[in-house]
Ligand binder design. Structure first.
Ligand SMILES: [Zn+2]
Ligand SMILES: [Zn+2]
Length: 581
């Protein structure tokens, strides 16, 4: 937030306080800061009538009216005695006054128009000129404890939205409205992609046939990209003896999140919370010459983490997480090239959906080197490599010292979606820890054992979280290659069934996911259904089509095209193949 916008929002909090006081003279003012999208003020209405949602309009009107008289702020310092006198009937302000005094700071009162408030400053110079009355709006009221402590009285928090211009406010309101419509939990249900069962439990999504098609298509795409870079698929069990996690450190580190299993013989097992420890054991099955390096293993598989049930919701927080995981086992001098390859995959994959990526280079904090594993030289080399890659790729990147993992630096990708929201997606992590713990080596040119490093990367992060982001980014309008049902064919009457079946068979033959809808419903109903299900294409077959041996292909956006059968299959298969948006 710019300093100027911060000042506007802060000033508006005062304006809200003044307007509430005008309409509710018994209200007690407490605290009112600027926040990310505007401002709020907490009020105690216990001494008189309470402001409810239906009163917000009136208060907002008062704010706009009062603003005309808010030409400039003046302030004066007051003694603690005077401040206590002024706020003798307001225990909240009194508490603040005493705290300011205890810190040895001066107490200042700011006055604008006929309104005075305890404050340390930071306002617009000329509120009536600086603040656009169309650029703010009261939003909602919520309960909030004084100073966030549930032992304190419950106050009413009035929220306002505020931006520099009315256009920015409108854009924000549109984004919020649109985000509600696109909520993946809502669309997932409407489009029949996944479901939850009380008997299975919260946080354990069950993927329907349609949702499974999407998962499978996403994963197939990732695998195609990986295959070009010589990854190999591996497969591991979903459980392990305790020993593996004691060695990896997860038995302690993941203690709370680990699902533990006890066998009938009393042995301790666990469900895997991650795949790396298992994969190290595949790498370590026999010695590797430097000529075999790197080894690149990929596997799409579920991991399980015990989260508190209050934190579960939709696909963003789940207990069963599908990772499109990969581990590259390589030498230090191969790190740069391997990061480059993975970055290629990330760029291609996210570019396909029109996400804009920003990259955070998560580096170590030089003043606290003792926190990290490895030598300063290794870190310097690794971080220099990452910076060089970012520069070579002309990436939109920034460096974040102190954000590295204890065991190595990271590249974190942030994707901006179609509503301008940023999501953390893929992470490429360099790991010098697990190779140490599992004593992973290769035999180098001199015939000596050489410590290797690991690179972890899941391109989608998790399929669950990525699906949630993607559903909302696309508003459920999946491109043809991803859509569970790609084309629906609707004959107008039974007389058109024969030709409709012919078209259906042809598309089915071409491996398209096609449905023939010859149920005896009205056309209107069928067309509405196709709209809710957000089908990419829809074909209505009537007399004209039968006699011309053509089809009219209607796209989701309503555009129509008449094609003969040959051109129909060519067009659709080409579109699938290109993975266009
Ligand atoms: Zn102030
Ligand atoms: Zn890993």
């Amino acid at each position: 937030m710019s300093e100027q916008l911060q000042k506007k929002r802060h000033t508006l909090a005062h304006l809200l306080g003044a307007a509430v006081l005008q309409n509710y003279p018994q209200a007690k003012l407490t605290l009112g800061p600027a926040i990310d999208n505007g401002f709020y003020y907490d009020f105690d209405f216990s001494g008189g009538p309470t402001l409810g949602d239906d009163g917000l309009k009136e208060v907002q009107k008062s704010m706009k009216k009062l603003l005309n008289s808010w030409t400039d702020f003046s302030h004066r310092e007051v003694s603690i005695e005077e401040a206590r006198e002024i706020y003798q009937d307001n225990q909240y302000k009194l508490e603040l006054v005493n705290e300011i005094a205890a810190r040895g700071e001066v107490i200042t009162l700011y006055t604008v128009g006929s309104f005075t408030d305890l404050c340390r400053g930071g306002h617009c110079e000329h509120p009536n000129k600086d603040i656009d009355t169309n650029a703010f709006k009261l939003d909602k009221i919520a309960g909030a404890y004084w100073r966030g402590d549930d032992k304190n009285p419950m106050l009413s928090r009035v929220y306002g939205l505020a931006f520099d211009t009315g256009a920015e406010l409108d854009a924000y309101l549109y984004q919020i409205e649109e985000a509600k419509k696109r909520d993946h939990r809502k669309l997932g249900k409407e489009m029949d992609l996944f479901t939850f069962s009380d008997m299975v439990g919260a946080g354990l999504p069950l993927w329907t046939p349609k949702g499974t098609i999407i998962r499978h298509q996403l994963d197939t795409y990732i695998w195609e990209l990986r295959e070009k870079h010589d990854y190999q698929r591996v497969t591991i069990p979903h459980i392990t003896k305790k020993d593996l996690y004691v060695t990896s450190g997860h038995w302690d580190k993941f203690a709370d999140e680990l699902f533990r299993i006890q066998t009938r013989e009393g042995k301790e097992y666990a469900l895997k919370p991650m795949n790396c420890p298992h994969h190290t054991q595949i790498f370590d099955r026999h010695p590797h010459s430097y000529r075999d390096m790197p080894q690149r293993y990929a596997e799409t598989t579920m991991v399980y983490r015990d989260e508190q049930s209050g934190e579960l919701g939709g696909l963003t927080r789940v207990l069963s997480i599908t990772q499109d995981d990969s581990h590259v086992f390589c030498r230090h001098n191969q790190v740069k090239a391997e990061f480059f390859r993975i970055w290629d995959i990330v760029d291609t994959f996210y570019g396909t959906f029109g996400f804009n990526l920003r990259v955070r280079l998560s580096f170590h904090e030089p003043t606290e080197f003792e926190k990290y594993l490895g030598t300063p030289e290794i870190w310097a080399n690794a971080e220099t490599s990452l910076r060089e890659i970012a520069q070579a790729r002309n990436a939109d990147y920034f460096e974040a010292p102190g954000e590295a993992a204890m065991y190595g630096p990271k590249l974190d990708f942030m994707a901006k979606d179609s509503l301008g929201r940023e999501h953390q997606v893929a992470t490429i992590q360099l790991d010098m820890n697990l190779p140490e713990r599992f004593d992973l080596t290769c035999i180098n040119e001199k015939g000596e054992k050489e410590r290797i490093v690991m690179i972890h990367c899941a391109i989608m992060g998790s399929i669950e979280r990525f699906s949630a982001v993607l559903i909302e980014h696309l508003a459920g309008n999946f491109p043809l290659w991803l859509a569970p049902e790609q084309v629906r064919i609707v004959p107008v009457t039974d007389a058109h069934n024969e030709y409709a079946t012919e078209v259906y068979s042809l598309l089915k033959e071409a491996k398209l996911r096609v449905v023939l809808d010859d149920a005896s419903e009205s056309m209107g109903k069928k067309i509405r259904a196709a709209k809710t299900e957000k089908l990419p294409y829809f074909i209505v077959i009537g007399d004209q089509e039968v006699s011309d041996r053509t089809v009219t292909l209607e796209k989701r956006d309503g555009t129509k095209e008449v094609l003969d059968l040959m051109n129909l299959t060519t067009k659709l298969t080409a579109e699938v193949h290109q993975r266009g948006l």
